[in-house]
Design a protein around this ligand. Structure first.
Ligand SMILES: Cc1cc2nc3c(=O)[nH]c(=O)nc-3n(C[C@H](O)[C@H](O)[C@H](O)COP(=O)(O)O)c2cc1C
Length: 201
């Protein structure tokens, strides 16, 4: 397994440091049903505004339903399809932006759905799996062919599977797959008490 662990400024939990977004997936290795269920359970326990749980996921497993998996794949941007075609599980993360208790707009629905997806990513690491989230997909097509109701917003697609060999990747992705991961400095992103006053300086 490639070591793309985060090179952190401060020590953090290994689970978080070990999560990254590979493009090389093993197309021949199915994800066990129990592991898929654990990913969904992890998402289920994400926090949400008013406890609404606004996330919804369409899960498409190539090894149990290749037809729907192909439909999900066809929703992805062409460039994403080049590598995501090797991910045995594709999920569509959606948000329901209407509060069930009063029908008002839930402006935190997408925020909460992102939290649920990150839970999936972290549970995946714990299960020896990897997840690569994608904004590059056709939401309109997802409505049409994955039958997502118009009241629900498709947010992102997630490629899930075991890590594959970098050598099997399309040449466009090999360099990025091997590159060191980078982040902005803590002082650039976090402020101390007021905007603009760098934290930790
Ligand atoms: C909402 C979202 C959308 C993304 N869209 C794409 C995408 O369409 N294609 C892609 O290859 N990667 C996509 N990524 C992956 C990011 O490029 C990746 O998370 C980022 O470069 C940080 O790398 P890391 O996850 O390995 O730390 C997306 C990630 C997120 C969270």
């Amino acid at each position: 397994m490639s070591d793309k662990k985060a090179n952190t400024q401060v020590a953090i939990d290994q689970l978080i440091a070990s999560r990254w977004s590979p493009r090389a997936f093993d197309a021949n290795k199915p994800v066990e049903d129990e592991k898929i269920m654990a990913l969904l359970e992890a998402a289920r326990w994400a926090p949400s505004c008013f406890g609404e749980q606004p996330w919804r996921y369409v899960v498409c497993n190539k090894f149990s339903d290749e037809v729907n998996w192909q439909l999900a794949l066809s929703c992805l941007a062409e460039k994403n399809q080049l590598w995501a075609k090797n991910a045995p599980v594709l999920m569509l993360a959606c948000a329901n932006s209407q509060f069930s208790h009063n029908g008002n707009n839930n402006q935190w629905a997408q925020y909460d759905t992102g939290a649920a997806s990150e839970n999936i990513c972290l549970q995946a690491v714990s299960s020896g799996l990897f997840v690569h989230q994608m904004g590059g997909f056709d939401a309109e097509r997802a409505h049409e062919i994955l039958k997502v109701p118009r009241t629900i917003t498709p947010i992102a697609m997630l490629a899930v599977g075991y890590e594959g060999s970098v050598n099997d990747l399309h040449e466009d992705f090999i360099e990025g797959e091997k590159a060191e991961r980078e982040r902005h400095e803590i002082s650039e992103l976090f402020f101390n008490g007021e905007w603009g006053k760098a934290y930790g300086n």
